[in-house]
Ligand binder design. Structure first.
Ligand code: HEM
Length: 96
């Protein structure tokens, strides 16, 4: 029905609003938006090869630039990109 159409995008992924993203800004639930998609990275934080603070800084936020640069101008590896796919939750709402 109409409601379903509003909730989903062409690719069938749930649409996640900026407000919803912003609620997941902590160690119990850490979501990040990267290139228009939203990922739940909570369980990966202890495995990430940096102090957790590097990851926590971006919880609940649009994190594309942090992802693309790792904070010092180098992109994450293809292996890291592949891991991210398993954490996919949905698509970030388009800005209006
Ligand atoms: C968005 C904020 C993030 C920042 C600022 C960040 C930063 C970093 C830094 C500084 C390193 C270590 C140095 C290096 O390998 O170049 C690293 C490595 C790594 N990160 Fe992140 N990271 C972020 C998010 C993530 C997420 C969400 C994942 C989940 C898949 C991830 C996966 C990895 C992996 C697998 C490595 C090992 C090196 C590689 O494969 O590129 N990171 N990251």
């Amino acid at each position: 029905g109409e409601a379903e159409k509003d909730d989903k995008n062409d690719d069938g992924l749930p649409i996640i609003t900026m407000e919803e993203l912003a609620e997941h800004d902590n160690e119990d639930s850490c979501w990040k938006a990267i290139d228009g998609k939203v990922y739940d990275v909570t369980d990966y934080i202890p495995e990430h090869p940096t102090p957790p603070s590097v990851m926590y800084e971006w919880c609940g936020k649009e994190s594309t630039e942090a992802w693309d640069t790792k904070g010092y101008g180098r992109p994450h590896s293809k292996a890291a990109e592949a891991m991210l796919e398993d954490m996919l939750l949905g698509r970030l709402e388009e800005e209006s």
